[in-house]
Design a protein around this ligand. Sequence first.
Ligand SMILES: C[S@@+](CC[C@H](N)C(=O)[O-])C[C@H]1O[C@@H](n2cnc3c(N)ncnc32)[C@H](O)[C@@H]1O
Length: 337
Amino acid sequence: MSSPDPTPVIDLIEAFRRSKTMFAAVKLGVFDRLERGPADAATLAAELDAQTEPLERLLDACAGLGLLGRQDGRYANKPVAAEYLCRSSEHALTGYILYSNDVLFQVWAHLEDAVREGSHRWKQTFGLTGPIFDHFFKTDEAMRTFLMGMHGFGVLSSPKVVAVFDLSRFQKLVDLGGATGHLAIAACERYPELQAAVFDLPRVIEVAREEVGRSSVASRIELLAGDFFRDALPEADLYSVGRILHDWSEDKIRALLEKIYARLPSGGGLLIAEKLLAEDKTGPTPAHMQSLNMLVCTEGKERTVGEYRALLEAAGFADVQGRRTGAPLDAVLALKK
Ligand SMILES: C[S@@+](CC[C@H](N)C(=O)[O-])C[C@H]1O[C@@H](n2cnc3c(N)ncnc32)[C@H](O)[C@@H]1O
């Protein structure tokens, strides 16, 4: 009997090398520099404080990965790199890449211990104990990198998340843990009558102020500092939680959902933005990977619509519907009868 094709295994052996190649090039500033014009390896090495020959290997690898072009020994950004790998682009994914390089790559190194012990790896990796967001936000720079990481995927997802359900009957949206405000911005852009608020921890609200301030709907978005576990929730007929429920233990989720339900008027809604697992948990792979990611750095996990429905109905919600958006984040809407 012939052996099965080893290609999938070989591909997975190499997969982290491809990721790390892109992370290193972003961290070194290769794509940012090339936005100013093509350059050869020696020029780039001098400007980016690197050795020419090793940098040339990295640049050639990036070209092989489709991120750079090379002509007459000079490198230039491909459109995909210009759009997503340059910090100045409005669609930059560099925040999430730097966060992946500096944090996730390290904590994922202990995945097998996370599986054995069933807990995140902040202490093992960085010696950190205490609330998880104290770690994500250990320094202002770390906080900004994390938030801009969330923002990059948020900008790709939120316009679709707010469009897969008709939310036009709602008047006031409060995005709990709304970070930079991308969901509130997308919702206000789509629904011209909507008023919105971003509710997040005080340090985060300062970053939200910058992003919301740059948007065309800033006048309809309030910025509210608070703690959704401890403080009273601002009044709204629609709350949203994007990548919030997947951070926390089931007890904390239950408490938060009950608090939201109690604060909503009848007819009010809760919009959830998360990656949705298939009901039989056979995929999709990005949701599997995100669930493992939650294992190594939070208390939470990804869920199926059925699992969200069970949590939401236990808190009193009805009419729970899930929708795939085709974007990195999917959507669930639940109503208070
Ligand atoms: C994983 S991020 C998601 C951010 C945003 N919703 C998004 O999808 O881009 C979690 C957010 O929850 C916020 N957060 C964490 N604990 C919080 C709390 N107790 N009260 C309010 N916000 C909190 C964090 O500051 C962060 O902005």
